[in-house]
Design a protein around this ligand. Structure first.
Ligand code: CUA
Length: 189
């Protein structure tokens, strides 16, 4: 049991020591957050906007790679899988996207009217789609099966009804379907 309050200088020393201790803890937390940003940036664990690719909104449906006949999944002669899609109020084209599992898949997408976006299930396939710009990223799906792909940027009154489906096929089944070089979708005709 303490007999009396410590003298002024002793309590001041205690306060200074406590402040210094917390200053080190806060500096440590800030340093850790900065280190995480640098690490995820350098390792592409995050997807920072690394490039800017523009497209003319007025002609996007009429010419170039986003004409309707070119939308969907393409298997290039070099074996690369590219998915091209367009978002508009309030749907994606195509409405059902086919991709292979365990292969790199590059998405290329744009929007024609408002800012949209999408995320595929619980994967890291996630981007915004902005009119006038082409969004692109490459990812890999580890599990086969069907995933939902909702729009995740508020784009108007129909936003919550705007979504597509993604079918992730085993690689052999995908390559079988993709052999003839057509644009693949799983939209029922
Ligand atoms: Cu499109 Cu929300």
């Amino acid at each position: 049991m303490r007999a009396a309050a410590p003298p002024e200088s002793a309590s001041e020393a205690t306060a200074v020591a406590a402040e210094r201790r917390w200053a080190f803890i806060v500096a440590g937390i800030i340093a850790l957050l900065l280190a995480m940003m640098v690490f995820t940036g350098l390792h592409w664990a995050a997807m920072p906007p690394s490039r800017v690719e523009t497209i003319d909104v007025n002609t996007v449906h009429l010419k170039g790679e986003f004409v309707e006949s070119n939308l969907g999944t393409a298997l290039g002669p070099d074996g690369k899988v590219i998915v091209r899609l367009i978002a508009q109020q309030y749907s994606f084209s195509p409405q059902c996207i086919v991709v292979p599992a365990e292969m790199p898949v590059t998405f290329r997408g744009t929007a024609t009217d408002a800012i949209h976006g999408f995320i595929v299930g619980r994967t890291n396939a996630n981007t915004m789609l902005i009119p006038g710009f082409v969004a692109t990223f490459t990812t890999r799906f580890s599990k086969t099966g069907e995933q939902l792909m909702p729009c995740h940027e508020y784009c108007g009154t129909g936003h919550e009804a705007m979504w597509a489906r993604v079918q992730v096929l085993p690689p052999a089944e995908f390559l079988e379907k993709a052999r003839d070089g057509e644009r693949l979708t799983c939209v029922s005709r």
